[in-house]
Design a protein around this ligand. Structure first.
Ligand code: NI
Length: 255
């Protein structure tokens, strides 16, 4: 079945139909979902959803855009959550230089601190990196343990950078962007990367694939992402589903 490696169903945009939507996943071929925290509230939501739904797992972490008011007490809190059985990763964490705030040094500090946390509890990391290729790579190289690396979520850089992460043992998260007409760079990455290094994700409610681009995303639309990957790599959709499910289970240590 399809393994959705990255979603945010705690988002307000699912308030109207969250339960109904989540209950429709299985009949539509979605086996598991990892609900990813991106701040304090969304991390709480992730843990709650993982406790309510058997097929949902949680990742806990503070997104680079949310680190401005963070202190050590939040790290203690994240650490305490990692003892819960269904918390499978630290994330999403990383660097986002697309907007000017919080300033880069603050982002770097909490990125490193959360990588340290992941290393301490031996959990994989979910990396968010936007317009920050070099700093992300430098920090990961010196702060990540090789045996529990993780996934570069919504991978958006060149094949040259993809290859470095693959060599380090990372997975590349591929989502709706692969269906966009202007996604040539990502198409090249998907073509060249071995299928056993790719996992699929929505980042719902964001980044809906064509033909839903700009609308609210959800895991039911992953079939468009899968079809595009299958087309690029000359495989069947089933081969892509089976292999990426395997990959996701290895990534989150569920096997
Ligand atoms: Ni996300």
């Amino acid at each position: 079945m399809i393994f959705e490696t990255h979603a945010h169903y705690g988002d307000d945009r699912f308030n109207e139909d969250r339960h109904k939507l989540l209950m429709s996943m299985e009949e539509n071929g979605i086996g598991n979902i990892v609900e990813v925290g991106a701040g304090i509230q969304s991390t709480k939501d992730a843990v709650n959803l993982s406790e309510k739904y058997s097929f949902i797992y949680a990742a806990v972490g503070i997104h680079p855009s949310e680190v401005a008011g963070i202190d050590e007490s939040h790290m203690d809190w994240l650490l305490s959550l990692t003892s819960k059985e269904k918390v499978v990763a630290i994330g999403e964490i990383g660097l986002d230089y697309h907007y000017k705030k919080p300033e880069q040094n603050i982002q770097k500090k909490w990125f490193k601190r959360q990588l340290e946390l992941a290393k301490k509890v031996n959990l994989p990391v979910i990396i968010h990196s936007r317009d920050a290729a070099k700093d992300t790579l430098d920090i990961i190289k010196s702060n990540c343990a090789s045996e529990n690396c993780g996934v570069i979520h919504c991978f958006s850089y060149s094949w040259e950078i993809a290859r470095i992460y693959i060599d380090m043992g990372f997975y590349l998260g591929v989502g709706g962007v692969i269906t966009f007409k202007n996604s040539k760079k990502l198409a090249e990455v998907v073509k060249k990367a071995p299928l056993d290094r790719i996992v699929i994700e929505t980042d719902a409610p964001y980044l809906a694939p064509e033909p839903y681009r700009g609308k609210r995303n959800c895991s039911l639309y992953l079939k468009y992402v899968i079809d595009e990957i299958a087309k690029i790599k000359g495989l069947t959709a089933k081969e892509v589903i089976d292999k990426t499910e395997d990959n996701a289970k290895k990534l989150y240590k569920l096997v």
